[in-house]
Design a protein around this ligand. Structure first.
Ligand SMILES: *[C@@H]1O[C@H](CO)[C@@H](O)[C@H](O)[C@H]1NC(C)=O
Ligand SMILES: *[C@@H]1O[C@H](CO)[C@@H](O)[C@H](O)[C@H]1NC(C)=O
Length: 475
């Protein structure tokens, strides 16, 4: 308070001083001129001083040099003052302020070098007590950002709620946009505006780097990173829960483990922990854990598990290494070219030769219920064992009824036993009155597309009926 009052006193005394100065200049100059005029020619009316520039608002970025114009015509012997509030900056050509960043250029234009935020305000160019003109200075400040927490590192537990906050300053007030590095925000949006974002029920998918960008049109936008760590118990996935191999071959079992803190992952065969041996290696790359068994022996077949543990918990997944053939995968298209036969093709994997393959098929009745299925036809096939590992087989099923729906399953056996039964494959025979049907090149051709592009497809209504019927049977 005291200091401000003192300042005011100084300013006031300055004004008094300047007024005195002004008066003395006027009082001495005008009579002097008057007397010289008197000597020569008849007296002329001295023109009044006139502002040639206009007062306006100037915007400057901090660090810039700003020139506030004040051009006056016919100043005569008047003294031109620059003041800011009651503080005088310049009087005539004299610098009153001690701030070296201020100077007069090209007459009475006031230059402010290395502009600072505190330079904002009104600057008055005043001619004696006669007139004044106001220039307003606005200082534009590029954005700056502080994150909360200041470290930019946040940790949350799975299921918890976390708020990321950014405080920005600058002039004009900056806008803050939130985004995520290399990803969209958990809400699905690319960016969100606001001081903070709150994430609820966080899980590992929300972890990562978030970015807050402040911009106000002055300078470049500023972006700061915030890293969200989510702590959660291990989550284990297996690449394949059933892995086929053969004696003398190699097998690979793969587990994908997520967890924070980073879990410790161990392999078990049945309930025995596994150690690396000459034939067995365990490898971890990122969150992928691979158990490789070379030169597989029959004792290696069985039940394996991958157990991951961190301070928050433990998780386990089973997988089976088996010598039995893999379940059959069907490759034939579901629509037969023929009215009374269907060429079923499938593929399965077995290192040892296949000993027996069994095909079961039956007709699905339109008004059949799942509790009263039709009779299965059982076909035993002697496989030709040309290749090892991948076996492609086909069987032409004959004596089928036209315009009907059938289902088929396949099972195969090698020296380790029968495999799991395949999924059921449904197929359709052509109706009695239908034209030759050209196979669509893709098995999953959109029905409407087929109907629109092929006028030959007159059996479409009956096909739709069949599909409806099958749907009815299944549900
Ligand atoms: C593996 O062992 C577990 C635990 O005994 C059991 O639940 C699971 O069914 C087994 N899986 C196979 C394929 O044998
Ligand atoms: C059945 O399809 C397979 C594979 O496309 C083919 O090799 C085989 O010759 C076909 N059989 C008949 C009877 O058309």
């Amino acid at each position: 308070m005291f200091r401000r009052a003192a300042c005011l006193v100084i300013n006031m005394s300055l004004i008094v001083f300047i007024s005195l100065l002004l008066c003395s200049v006027n009082c001495s100059a005008i009579p002097a001129r008057a007397s010289s005029n008197q000597q020569s020619q008849p007296q002329q009316v001295t023109a009044a001083p006139k502002f040639m520039s206009r007062g306006q608002t100037y915007r400057a970025v901090i660090g810039d040099t700003l020139v506030l114009p004040c051009e006056v015509q016919d100043l005569g012997s008047y003294v031109l003052l620059w003041r800011r509030g009651s503080a005088v900056v310049t009087a005539d050509k004299m610098m009153v302020t001690r701030d070296p960043r201020f100077r007069l250029v090209d007459g009475y234009n006031l230059e402010i070098g290395n502009v600072m935020p505190q330079d904002a305000g009104d600057y008055v160019c005043q001619i004696g007590e006669y007139r004044d003109q106001i220039n307003t200075v606005e200082i534009l400040v590029p954005p700056s950002v502080r994150t909360s927490p200041a470290s930019g590192q946040l940790t949350a537990r799975k299921g918890g709620t976390v708020t990321l906050e950014c405080k920005a300053s600058g002039n004009p007030v900056p806008t803050i946009l939130w985004s995520r590095k290399d990803d969209s925000l958990p809400s699905g949006e690319k960016a969100l505006e606001g001081f903070s974002i709150t994430l609820e029920k966080v899980d590992r998918h929300q972890a990562g780097v978030y970015q807050c960008t402040a911009s106000n049109g002055v300078g470049d936008p500023i972006t700061v990173d915030m890293q969200l760590h989510v702590l959660y118990p291990p989550e284990v996935e297996v690449e394949r829960s059933w892995v086929h191999s053969g004696e003398g071959y190699e097998a690979q079992l793969v587990c994908i483990v997520h967890g924070e803190p980073h879990p410790n992952t161990l392999w078990y065969q049945d309930s025995f922990p596994l150690e690396p041996t000459e034939r067995r290696t365990m490898e971890s790359r990122g969150n992928k854990h691979t158990l490789t068994i070379r030169n597989v022996q029959s004792s290696d077949f069985g039940n394996y598990s991958c157990v991951a543990e961190n301070t928050l918990g433990k998780a386990k997944k089973y997988m089976e290494l088996s010598g039995r053939p893999s379940p059959a995968q069907f490759n034939s298209l579901p629509y037969s070219r023929s009215r009374d036969s269907y060429n079923l093709t499938w593929q399965l994997e077995s290192y040892p030769p296949l000993e027996e393959v069994r095909l079961l098929y039956r007709k699905l009745m339109i008004n059949e219920t799942p509790h009263h299925p039709g009779n299965w036809h059982d076909v035993i096939l002697k496989p030709s064992n040309g290749e090892t590992f991948s076996h492609v087989m086909s069987y032409d099923i004959r004596n089928l009824e036209s315009g009907s729906v059938y289902e088929a399953i396949v099972q195969a056996k090698n020296r380790y036993g029968w495999n799991e039964v395949s999924e059921s494959m449904q197929f359709y025979t052509r109706g009695p009155s239908e034209d030759t049907y050209d196979y669509p090149s893709e098995p999953h051709v959109d029905m409407e597309l087929v109907a629109a592009s092929s006028t030959k497809l007159i059996w479409k209504p009956s096909l739709m009926l069949i599909i409806a019927a099958v749907f009815h049977v299944v549900s």
